[in-house]
Design a protein around this ligand. Structure first.
Ligand code: 4FV
Length: 247
């Protein structure tokens, strides 16, 4: 997969995309990430990529042509791939794991990180395929949102996560919140690791984890349960509220 980010702060994106799973994926050639600064495509001596807002009012707006020229160069650099151009904004579709999985199937993403009041509407109408929001709050720029997309989509690329880290076990991958996790020491004055987890009985461990995820989701995010197929026994577990399972 290739991800191009159009941003006034390429260093920020580069620093995020150099670390952890995403950084390793780039080193292994499983993920290609490049940044483009609209100011490098400005036509005036001040390298302006923004200007005052028509109709008055506070704040600046990002201009069409520096973005347009940046996008042209992105397409030229990427060759013929079918790029999906995404603008990160509070007006966008809310990002969730299903949307992340959809984006992860794309060959080429171009992420536009806005700043100031936003981007000239004409660029959004003519050059942007989709707007995505990472949440109902206002950031000072779209870079953090772009970094979220890069991380969430990058880790789903084939070969990025090894089996131990497989995405299948993730929260939301099965529509549920993740189960509790424990590591050494097994015994601690803050409590012991549930015996089933040190039993080696993988069927019992899988059952314990599934039921823990179900109860946690019921307690913290009951809205998620509506789209999770449950067995009669699991429905019984949630209806009864108590859990006979050994701790
Ligand atoms: C945002 C969000 C977000 C709005 C104006 C950048 C800011 C500024 N992006 N999800 N929430 N963007 O707040 O994606 O240009």
């Amino acid at each position: 997969m290739r991800i191009d980010v159009i941003t006034l702060f390429p260093d920020f994106i580069e620093s995020c995309a150099r670390i952890g799973v995403v950084g390793r994926a780039r080193e292994r050639g499983l993920l290609e990430i490049a940044t483009w600064n609209p100011r490098d495509f400005a036509s005036d001596n001040y390298r302006s990529a923004d200007d005052r807002c028509y109709g008055g009012g506070p704040g600046m707006v990002m201009m069409i042509d520096p973005l347009r020229k940046a996008l042209d160069d992105v397409r030229a650099a990427a060759g013929s791939t079918k790029a999906k151009v995404i603008y990160l904004s509070p007006q966008g579709t809310r990002l969730d794991q299903a949307k992340v999985a959809e984006l992860a199937r794309q060959e080429h993403l171009v992420l536009l990180s806005g700043r100031y009041e936003g981007v000239d509407e004409r660029f959004l109408e003519r050059a942007v395929d989709e707007e995505i929001s990472v949440g109902d709050y206002v950031l000072s720029g779209g870079e953090l949102a772009a970094a979220i997309v890069i991380d969430a989509v990058g880790r789903l690329q084939q070969g990025v996560l090894n089996d131990a880290m497989s995405a299948e076990q993730d929260s939301f991958s099965n529509g549920l919140l993740d189960c509790p996790h424990y590591t050494r020491p097994e015994h601690h004055d803050w409590g012991d690791v549930p015996a089933v987890l040190t039993s080696g009985d993988h069927a019992a461990i899988a059952r314990w984890r599934r039921r823990a995820s179900l109860r946690l989701t019921q307690a913290l995010r009951p809205d998620l349960l509506a789209s999770v197929p449950l067995t009669p026994e699991e429905q019984e577990l949630l209806d009864s509220g108590d859990d006979p399972e050994p701790k």
